[in-house]
Design a protein around this ligand. Sequence first.
Ligand SMILES: [Zn+2]
Length: 314
Amino acid sequence: MKKLILLSLFSLTLYNCNDPIVFDQKKIRSQITLEETKSILFTLSSNEMKGRDSNTGGYFKAADFVIAYFKENRITPFYPEYKDSLVTQGVLSYNIVGNIGNYKPKQKTVMIGAHLDHLGIKETEGDIIYNGANDNAAGSTAVIQIARFLAQYKWKQNIIIALFADEEKGLKGAYHLAERIIEEGVDLAYMVNFEMIGTTLTSGENQVYLTGYKRSNMADEMNKISSDFVQFLPQAKELNLFKRSDNYAFHEVFNVPAQTLSSFDFKNFDFYHKAGDEAEKLNMENMNQIISTSAFTLAKLLEEQVTISLIQKQ
Ligand SMILES: [Zn+2]
């Protein structure tokens, strides 16, 4: 009997420390609920958030919401009170930076991020609040739900969760954080960014495209885990979207794979940077599917310690 107890204690310890975690798509779907996706998205894009700009103060309301969510869900602060402060165009703002587990300086780090800010209020006729539901309450919702999911487990990498300020003013928040963490010696392996995942990609449901698709093995490795999830979008290459969101700051500063997942393909949403970018226009079921598939895919990449590297052009 004693032996049995000892043996089961031993196997329990082993399971907790070394055995691979069995990630089950169905289980993940039941944890990343549609109700929560809707509730976060509708909160972040409500009129109360005044378009999430630091000038209107709405950004800070959205930031308070994210910080409260982090505190409730065991996402620990990477900086005091989660804040990485910066001044953009004379206005003080901050990125929100959290951490899964305890940060270990000697470990490789993976970053998952999205910009939380949007265009604020513009004195145009009619609707003056630019709610930015798709751009980028949607990506922010994805990042915080994925963070809550990942925070249930122990990982062999550091995982930094970042919500950026002032993307719409020229990727200011992302550059600030990238330059700060390289100075602080963070060993960034790769960065995954989420932008505008609120509508259904024309090629099909539960799909995204990756910017800078051919610059690294990220899309291939993700598709090995979730087949056909990550698409190549020709317009993304033509318009060089790789350089147009926060991922680019991390690529430039660290020279590592840093890329954006998105489902906005220029055919499926007419309200990009318009006041009509509102929650009611989004496909919440599809967005929830994208978030849970991303959570599953990222969990497998992390668990299997898959190397993501740049593909050097010949
Ligand atoms: Zn955006």
